[in-house]
Write a protein that binds this ligand. Structure first.
Ligand SMILES: CC(C)(COP(=O)(O)OP(=O)(O)OC[C@H]1O[C@@H](n2cnc3c(N)ncnc32)[C@H](O)[C@@H]1OP(=O)(O)O)[C@@H](O)C(=O)NCCC(=O)NCCS
Length: 184
């Protein structure tokens, strides 16, 4: 069954979500980046980075916040955000949006916008100075999305996928106490 975006509601992830978060992440990552096929390096990355145990550990230790879009038993997407681990990045904002994934079959239905709007309002309410993220420089769809959401490019960064150096761009939105988020 393919549900429309109207069926989806947002809530904080709990431990019962970890397997669906893992499966959705692997599906979305491979669909976005493994255009030429699934290499061993890619497979090792996704099974390590997106394991159910890793999501469980994040939730148990409260290392990050995770918001999920759910429609009944189904998960459509999620956003994972936290304070940055790299202090150099703090100049771009006090919150890093580490992951924003919408299932390929649910994309372009407003789920990403809803997730990001809620991340913005939660962080703003908690006094964040801004939100930043890094995105693969070749991920034109995500870059178009972040630009449409009012975020701006702030520079370049290199992501290491095993031994592979992957050019990324840094995008951010800085909160101004006098200006409402464009996503409100
Ligand atoms: C990027 C992503 C999170 C966007 O979520 P989404 O639910 O598909 O996006 P939305 O439907 O909320 O789009 C909101 C607006 O962003 C822009 N946008 C979204 N996807 C776009 C695309 N592929 N091309 C151009 N503009 C796009 C549009 O302005 C869109 O509004 P519209 O549909 O009314 O024109 C989602 O496509 C995704 O998970 N992609 C794969 C994983 C990924 O790349 N994540 C980000 C890595 S940093």
């Amino acid at each position: 069954m393919v549900a429309g975006s109207a069926d989806f509601t947002l809530r904080c992830a709990d431990e019962g979500d970890v397997h669906s978060l893992s499966a959705l992440s692997i599906e979305t990552w491979l669909s976005t980046y493994a255009k030429d096929g699934v290499s061993d390096e890619y497979a090792q990355y996704v099974f390590g980075e997106f394991s159910s145990d890793r999501f469980l550990n994040i939730l148990k230790t409260k290392a990050a916040e995770i918001l999920v879009m759910r429609s009944g038993a189904y998960i459509g997407g999620y956003a994972l955000f936290s304070a940055p681990t790299d202090s150099e990045m703090l100049r771009h904002g006090s919150v890093e949006l580490t992951t924003l994934y919408v299932r390929p079959s649910q994309q372009r239905r407003g789920l990403g916008r809803t997730l990001l709007a809620n991340v913005f309002s939660q962080c703003r309410a908690n006094g964040a100075s801004g939100i930043f993220l890094t995105v693969n420089s070749e991920n034109a769809n995500a870059i178009a999305f972040y630009e449409a959401m009012g975020m701006s490019e702030r520079g370049e960064w290199t992501f290491m996928l095993g031994s592979l150096a992957v050019p990324n761009q840094i995008f951010s939105f800085r909160f101004d106490p006098d200006i409402n988020s464009p996503l409100k």
